[in-house]
Ligand binder design. Structure first.
Ligand SMILES: [Cu+2]
Length: 671
């Protein structure tokens, strides 16, 4: 994005420099806020004296307009210049949509969290409210300050000295959400607890030297250590855990060069935040909390764009650990609700994270002071060869028809403390969509005595225990298959009992059952029945008479092992089911509630679905829980090879034939 100054108050929503000169086209209503808009929103709040100088901004992001103010993308046949697409001129309503910022901020002296909606169009505050009884998430600046105050705390220093560690500046301090484990006397505070690690050399892997048993409880509002707990020392493990190329030992030199060349450039077309590739049309967004957001995903068919998904994002990322020992049992993280994965997003490097003809998107976020900053190359867009698309060899004719598959990849990567999550959305030529997360980085460790082992983790290096754990991603899929009114069916395959209708015993058939109310739509996978879920539009029929649908096909998945009554399960109830369906409500965005930090549980999906609302033939949201099970391995150390988990959305009755029949053969003379 180009830095532009936005003067709020332009009646047409266009961008103008301070002298009134138009400097760019009006933005599409779903475009993320740019630096000028972030600055303007914060200035308006300060001008209205709603914010004290001590305020800490959690996020300043687009307040997304209502659905009836947005249209899906324009079909390719219609003339559309960059400016027209950006301005939303193809959609006459778009230019009139007000630009609004949604602001979450903390007032630490009041121990308060506030939410504001600021109109950038009218340069005024549209709403302002104190959010009662919540503890706002941890900001990046607070995370860094927490390290500083913990390192300089006399009790922490005494604990380090008892362990023979005399260089507190070499201690890595991780601030962890305390969940519902805060001591009663701290119940009113906004607190985190800490895990400490030690860098013997500046380029060491700190997770190789976990400092056992020394934990600080830090009040983030006061930014002070409240208390320090010392369970007694366990010696630091001896290894360095080094993994950098300079320290990993001799490197292989046996890889021959592999280049990805697109001499005529990539096959996608980017207009502002809109992407067109093959028949896919969609828009990108980005928030401090969710990172990448996909908007208005549609597929062009017969000269019109058929909606598939209104909005898709990862709405929570929850990691429970298995080790029950004191403090180790506190380890669990809600990386989205307690921190935000947008703010953890990496700047990607060409040729490293993605390969080929890459188009990167910079994103702009607000820091704790409300100042805009840029994460350069935060989102990566590129094409990949993905093997075989379809093939048949006709033996009689001695002819072969083969098509290679190409996919569009939209990705971003976050670093959440020790761990990396690389998040990929793949769009295919057969109109299917795949979601994949690659888990890499460093497993979380604790020190054990020489020779000690544990059934709750794996010894991955001498005296280094990597606890078993799980990762649960909650995908919020606001579906719009051929329109907003959709019904979800669960489809199991059942064997027909042998008898007159099945004399040979071979018969099986899918059994399709509509999920009519929220209570019926809290489901788990059943791979042995081939269970999948269809999101169908009952108001339409395909040429063959089918309700057009997309089916959600689970990949490998798992449920949480924590006890149903465990405090951590209460806080992450969404992870007790793989599929939830709710009727669309604009304020139902996060499955563990808006403010999971220090929340006792019950918010989000379990609270909303108590109403048992009807979900048939209406605007619905699918929540898919994707669990990655991680029994740690020695091979995960000192940095783990990427593990994968995902799921697929495939058209089912959406088309009347293979939608990739029109893909041309590869230009190779042999095809
Ligand atoms: Cu893991």
């Amino acid at each position: 994005m180009v830095a532009r100054q936005h003067v709020a108050g332009d009646d047409d929503g266009s961008l103008r420099a301070a002298d009134g000169r138009r400097v760019g086209p009006a933005r599409h209503p779903l475009d993320p806020l740019d630096a000028g808009e972030i600055r303007a929103a914060v200035e308006i709040l300060r001008r209205e004296r709603l914010v004290t100088p001590a305020a800490r901004f959690v996020s300043v992001s687009l307040n997304e307009p209502a659905k009836d103010q947005i249209a899906f993308a324009v079909p390719v046949g219609r003339p559309s210049t960059d400016q027209a697409a950006n301005a939303g001129q193809s959609d006459p309503r778009a230019a009139a949509v007000p630009r609004e910022a949604f602001v979450v901020l903390l007032e630490p002296r009041q121990h308060a969290t506030y939410e504001a909606v600021v109109s950038l169009t009218t340069s005024s505050v549209s709403s302002w409210r104190l959010v009662p009884d919540v503890r706002g998430p941890v900001t990046l600046a607070e995370y860094a300050e927490c390290e500083r105050v913990t390192r300089s705390d006399p009790q922490v220093r005494a604990g380090l000295e008892r362990r023979g560690l005399t260089a507190p500046e070499q201690v890595l301090v991780e601030a962890w959400g305390i969940g519902s484990f805060a001591a009663p006397e701290d119940a009113g505070r906004r607190v985190v607890w800490t895990l400490l690690f030690y860098r013997e050399r500046p380029d060491d892997n700190p997770y190789a030297k976990p400092i056992y048993g020394l934990h600080a409880i830090v009040d983030l509002d006061e930014m002070a250590v409240v208390r320090v707990e010392d369970l007694g020392a366990v010696p630091l493990p001896p290894g360095s855990g080094a993994y950098a190329a300079s320290r990993a030992g001799p490197l292989r030199d046996d890889l021959s060069p592999l280049g990805i060349v697109q001499p005529q450039g990539p096959g996608f077309d980017v207009r502002g935040w809109e992407i067109r590739w093959q028949r896919w049309r969609l828009r990108l967004g980005f928030t401090a909390r969710e990172g990448l957001v996909l908007h208005t995903i549609g597929y062009e068919d017969g000269g019109r764009v058929r909606p598939v998904i209104w909005r898709a994002s990862v709405a929570e990322l929850f990691i429970p650990y298995a080790d029950p020992r004191p403090f180790q049992g506190w380890r669990n993280a809600f990386d989205i609700g307690e921190y935000g994965i947008g703010i953890m997003t990496n700047s990607l490097q060409l040729g490293c994270d993605c390969l080929g003809e890459i188009r990167y998107f910079d994103v702009e976020l607000a820091d704790q002071n409300g100042e805009p900053y840029t994460i350069r190359q935060a989102i990566c867009l590129h094409e990949e060869d993905s093997g075989l698309l379809w093939k048949h060899f006709d033996a009689a004719l001695q002819t072969t028809e083969t098509r290679r598959s190409r996919r569009l990849v939209i990705s971003f990567i976050i670093t959440a403390g020790n761990y990396e999550y690389a998040i990929y959305w793949y769009f295919y030529q057969d109109a299917s969509i795949e979601f994949e997360v690659k888990l890499t980085g460093i497993v979380l460790t604790s020190a054990v005595a020489p020779g000690e082992a544990s059934e709750f983790g794996t010894v991955v290096a001498p005296q280094t225990l990597a606890a078993h754990h799980q990762h649960f991603l909650s995908l919020r899929l606001d579906m719009a298959v051929d329109g907003l009114r959709n019904t979800v069916y669960e489809v199991d395959t059942e064997a027909v009992p042998p008898g007159p209708a099945n004399p040979l015993g071979n018969a099986f058939r899918p059994v399709k059952r509509p999920l009519r109310r929220e209570s019926e739509a809290q489901r788990v996978i059943d791979p042995l029945r081939g269970r999948h879920w269809l999101v169908a539009n009952p108001g339409h029929r395909s040429g063959l008479g089918h309700e057009p649908a997309y089916k959600l096909i689970p990949g490998s998945n798992v449920l949480a092992f924590s006890h149903p009554d465990a405090p951590v399960t209460q806080r992450a109830a969404f992870a007790t089911k793989h599929l939830w369906v709710t009727p669309y409500q604009p304020d139902e965005r996060f499955p563990a509630g808006d403010y999971p930090n220090q929340h006792p549980g019950g918010a989000g999906l379990p609270a909303w679905t108590k109403a048992d609302r009807p979900i048939e033939n209406t605007d619905i949201v699918l929540w898919y829980t994707l669990g990655a099970h991680h029994i740690t391995r020695p091979e995960d150390w000192p940095v783990m090879p990427a593990d994968r988990a995902g799921f697929t959305l495939k058209p089912a009755g959406f088309f009347d034939r293979n939608p990739a029949l029109d893909v041309a053969p590869s230009p190779s003379p042999h095809c």
